[in-house]
Design a protein around this ligand. Structure first.
Ligand code: MRU
Length: 348
């Protein structure tokens, strides 16, 4: 089964409801853009590229629901919808990248009718390009993976986190497609459990051997020599190569460095944000304390305890062995290699 978490079915946007996996595979159908914005907030759809793609499609639904015939009034309402999408989740830059692309498409239009058509076409391009980029990331990235590798990954940077195929899991898929024997260790990824519930589900679907570990087991496995490579995704990469990704990624990177294990980041160019010089400029989403204090709806923490719940952390560039994008493999110094890559893809 091809996993497609964000897709058009005629004029309906279909999302896989990722809050129900792995217990139930369910798709939700959207005609109302506000419901799409809420789906991003609630993590029905999540993962940096998938959030961007869903917002782009949501903005098509917004355009289709605005009745105005005159461009200024149409534009005014549409920009309010764009602002609403921009306010859903702050860290993954792909969201803002997709909104900017849709704004540029709108700017080229002279009538609401033309805008509806062009925005729709732009959203379709974003969906297609994402899968193509992920396959290219896979091709480049798999050259870094030795046959027989035992790969640790954190969170879910798979098909579910993108439009299809995945970034970190795209590298793993491509290595398997190249005939390499691969074993994956998936960090469960507290508090939302994307590793156990989504990464493990995806890999089980495809028969790629996967072992789930709790987040505190990675060090012990590395010390025993049972991890050869780490591959993770990213939510935003600063100009200097600092990488924001799911909270816990930084700890894995520190452990990997201590054990001399390569630490690779796989992400499309749309995740690179050259406007941010280093990781200190990346906004980190703080989510509800209930995600930490409750497990499966049951409170497991004592009442009255203070809780923090940052959804992401920043791994400094010095811990990142290489960054794999659709344009190739970037090596330090990233300030140079990333800027060159962004330019080569015309995104600069
Ligand atoms: O909070 P989430 O589930 O949206 O976080 C997802 C991640 O951190 C992924 O690793 C990242 O978005 C890369 S997805 C290709």
């Amino acid at each position: 089964m091809e996993i497609r978490p964000v897709r058009w079915e005629n004029d309906v946007l279909v999302l896989i409801d990722q809050t129900q996996l792995p217990h139930r595979y369910a798709e939700v159908r959207y005609k109302d853009w506000r419901a799409v914005a809420e789906a991003i907030r609630q993590m029905v759809v999540r993962g940096a590229p998938a959030i961007g793609a869903a917002a782009a499609c949501g903005l098509v639904l917004a355009a289709e629901s605005i009745p105005e015939q005159e461009m200024p009034a149409f534009r005014h309402q549409w920009l309010a919808a764009a602002d609403a999408f921009a306010a859903t989740r702050p860290t993954a830059v792909n969201l803002f990248w997709a909104i900017e692309r849709m704004k540029r498409a709108l700017d080229a239009c002279r009538s609401p009718e033309e805008a509806r058509r062009r925005l729709r076409a732009e959203s379709e391009r974003i969906l297609e390009e994402d899968i193509r980029a992920n396959r290219a990331i896979g091709q480049h990235g798999q050259t870094l993976i030795p046959d027989g590798a035992r790969i640790l990954t954190h969170c879910n940077a798979g098909a579910l986190a993108t439009v299809g195929y995945g970034t970190a899991l795209g590298v793993i898929r491509a290595a398997v497609e190249a005939g390499k024997k691969i074993q994956v260790y998936a960090d469960e990824t507290r508090p939302r459990l994307q590793g156990m519930q989504l990464t493990a589900w995806e890999l089980v679907q495809e028969g790629i051997p996967v072992t789930v570990i709790t987040d505190n087991m990675a060090g012990m496995l590395m010390r025993r020599g049972e991890i050869d490579v780490v591959v993770v995704g990213a939510d935003r990469i600063a100009a200097n190569g600092d990488v924001a990704n799911k909270v816990g990624t930084y700890s894995v990177a520190v452990l990997a460095r201590h054990h001399s294990i390569p630490f690779y980041v796989a992400a499309p160019i749309s995740t690179v944000d050259l406007s941010v010089a280093d990781g200190s400029g990346i906004p980190i989403e703080e989510r509800s304390p209930e995600e930490v204090t409750h497990i499966a709806g049951h409170r497991v923490a004592p009442e009255g305890v203070r809780v923090i719940n940052p959804a992401f952390d920043v791994t400094p560039a010095e811990l990142v062995t290489a960054i794999v994008t659709e344009a190739g493999i970037a090596r330090p110094p990233y300030t140079v290699s990333l800027a060159e890559m962004v330019q080569s893809t015309g995104e600069g």
